[in-house]
Design a protein around this ligand. Structure first.
Ligand code: CP
Ligand code: NVA
Length: 315
């Protein structure tokens, strides 16, 4: 009979995780609690020899390796299914690929461009599908980010996270996941780079404990009094040709010491990585005492291990 954290997470068995909004507030907090137990060694889970398929259409260091290591620690293994080396790259339909891979793998993690594509994978697959980043969301990243914030500041309810940069995938998942966890999330972005209005509405509707989700065009106002300041690249994967125009649009949105001085005393700095020093973050802040960026990267491993265990019913 499952108890405590495990009881909360049994509902995730065989479920997909395509969006931060796919988990309830209790399930989201439960994943962070299990991740902390796994990280400290208080909990060990062996799933037997299960297999995770990684279908990645974009580059990845952290997501790929943290999923591989998480699966190894659960007693399982991963197979790399880069579309350029499978028949997908030669035009085999997704609906066939997803059904075939479901006969070999116990869970699939997909990194791709459109959210619709991962929704289609989840429709056709008969095993859980996890979002390893799309242009719309990066839900596994947000779990690691809030675990890092919780490790630093304790109870997340009522804390404020300021995200400075493009209001796209990482910002969307921070808004949704933060809302569920009772964290105020402020997005500071230039005009024209706001989060999607539909995601903003969704986050506000999901907000627990009175959490406020705001969008501001003044980075100083966004970080004022925040306990965590977060940034991401200005040109995401697939937008490389917009790099020069984005550098102009995002001028003034660099997370540097002057900006950090406006955050709360003891505020931490987060970045999902990869980072461009001297663009969205100064080298001084990236390497400074407030940076928790490498703890955050490590936490990808722990939250994904928790998520894999939950969706494969290993609790
Ligand atoms: N933060 C993150 O998802 O990094 P990778 O692109 O290296 O996986
Ligand atoms: N917004 C970035 C996140 C990388 C982890 C991108 O999509 O490239």
């Amino acid at each position: 009979m499952a108890s405590g954290v495990a009881a909360v997470l049994t509902s995730l068995g065989q479920r997909d995780y395509l969006s931060s909004a796919d988990c309830s507030a209790d399930e989201t907090q439960g994943l962070l609690d299990l991740a902390r137990q796994l990280k400290s060694g208080a909990r060990r889970i062996d799933l037997g020899n299960r297999v995770l398929g990684l279908i990645f259409s974009k580059a990845s260091t952290r997501t790929r390796v943290s999923f591989q290591v998480a699966m190894a620690r659960l007693g399982g293994q991963t197979v790399d299914l880069n579309p350029s080396v499978t028949q997908l790259g030669r035009g085999e339909p997704l609906q066939d690929t997803a059904r075939v891979l479901s006969r070999y793998c116990d869970v699939l993690a997909v990194r791709t461009f459109s959210q619709q594509e991962i929704v289609d994978y989840a429709h056709w697959a008969t095993v859980p599908v996890l979002n390893a980043l799309t242009d719309l969301e990066h839900p596994c990243q947000a779990l690691a980010d809030f675990l890092t914030m919780q490790e630093e500041h304790g109870d997340l309810v009522g804390q404020t996270l300021a995200y400075i940069g493009d209001g796209n995938n990482v910002a969307h998942s921070l808004m949704l996941c933060g809302a569920l966890l009772g964290v105020n999330v402020r997005i500071g972005c230039p005009d024209g780079f706001e989060p999607l209005p539909g995601v903003l509405d969704q986050a506000r509707n999901l907000a627990q404990h009175g959490a406020k989700i705001d969008v501001l065009t003044d980075p100083g106002m966004a970080v004022a009094g925040a306990q965590a300041v977060y940034t991401d690249v200005w040109a995401s994967m697939g937008q490389e040709q917009e790099q020069a125009e984005r550098e102009q649009a995002f001028a003034g949105f660099c997370v540097d010491q002057a900006l950090m001085d406006q955050a709360a005393t003891g505020a931490i700095v987060l970045h999902c990585l990869p980072a461009h020093r001297g663009e969205e973050i100064s080298a001084e802040v990236m390497e400074g005492p407030a940076s928790r960026i490498f703890d955050q990267a490590e936490n990808r491993l722990h939250v994904q291990q928790a998520l894999l265990a939950a969706v494969m019913g290993g609790l």
